[in-house]
Design a protein around this ligand. Structure first.
Ligand SMILES: Nc1nc2c(ncn2[C@@H]2O[C@H](COP(=O)(O)OP(=O)(O)O)[C@@H](O)[C@H]2O)c(=O)[nH]1
Ligand SMILES: [Mg+2]
Length: 252
């Protein structure tokens, strides 16, 4: 049966001290979502000091990569993309470890990539349903999403989603220019390179355990300068086949 699975989806999970929730996330990942796709689960443990690693292994993670010390969510997602490429993924999917995003909807979020209609997808909370997001977080999400929409001249609904899909080429070409976070700089980087973004509605449920790592002042002082730095870099390009099937560079 496995012999017909010629393609691979790697689901990667950045995690920092998530022993209470990561097991449930991993056990809910559909392993058999498509006859052509094998699924592997990789955890990027960013210097957790609790039982995250043991719980992840017990729940069935195929690989756990541990940083000796805490390096930040941007560094962990960068590592997740690199690990997915080394494992030979055709598609990569990142999902937060805190059980706020629905693993059951991974097939929906990767579908536009599998069908060749997009290179980069969000599980979009604001196109779907949200349970329990507090007002200040909602407003913060609107503000950062609007900023990205203006910078990219493209309407975006959920610029801070913690559930995202990537084509192989998007994973290879993605650059995350700071270690602290990835959410905005990664989208600015990929969309400006010409990768096609699609948002897929999902159900989102705010965590009932643990704590968000976001502290507003630290977030603003790390993320805003990184957005400015990313926008000052050349947009870059994406290789796409032209009508004759030859690869050409597109400048965006
Ligand atoms: N790599 C890494 N991941 C983190 C860190 N802090 C939180 N995370 C993970 O990043 C994801 C999102 O974090 P969370 O605190 O829930 O942010 P929020 O959902 O935006 O409030 C979760 O999977 C966390 O385990 C960190 O310092 N490093
Ligand atoms: Mg969260």
């Amino acid at each position: 049966m496995n012999a017909v699975r010629s393609k691979k989806l790697v689901v990667f999970i950045p995690a920092h001290n998530e022993e209470g929730d990561i097991g449930d996330v991993i056990s809910r990942i559909p392993r058999d979502f498509h006859p052509e796709y094998a699924v592997q689960v990789v955890v990027i443990d960013d210097g957790s000091t609790d039982g995250t690693v043991a719980v992840a292994k017990k729940a069935g993670a195929d690989l756990v990569v541990s940083f000796g010390t805490n390096r930040g969510l941007g560094a962990a997602v960068r590592e997740g993309l690199a690990q997915s490429c080394s494992l030979g993924a055709d598609i990569g999917l990142m999902i937060d470890a805190d059980n706020e995003y629905p693993p059951e909807q991974i097939p929906d979020v990767v579908a536009p990539i599998r069908e060749g209609e997009a290179d980069y997808t969000f599980g979009s909370r604001f196109k779907g349903r949200i349970h329990g997001m507090r007002l200040h977080r909602r407003l913060g999400n609107y503000a950062f999403t609007l900023l990205q929409s203006i910078l990219l001249r493209k309407w975006i609904y959920d610029g801070q989603s913690g559930m995202r899909g990537f084509s192989r080429e998007a994973m290879e070409r993605a650059e995350i220019i700071h270690d602290y976070n990835y959410a905005q700089v990664l989208t600015l980087n990929l969309v400006r390179k010409g990768f096609r973004l699609r948002e897929v509605p999902i159900d989102y449920r705010v965590r009932t355990r643990g704590q968000s790592f976001i502290k507003m002042r630290a977030y603003l002082s790390a993320v805003l300068p990184a957005i400015c730095r990313e926008m000052r870099r050349p947009a870059g390009s994406r290789k796409v086949p032209n009508r004759s099937g030859k690869i050409q560079e597109t400048l965006s």
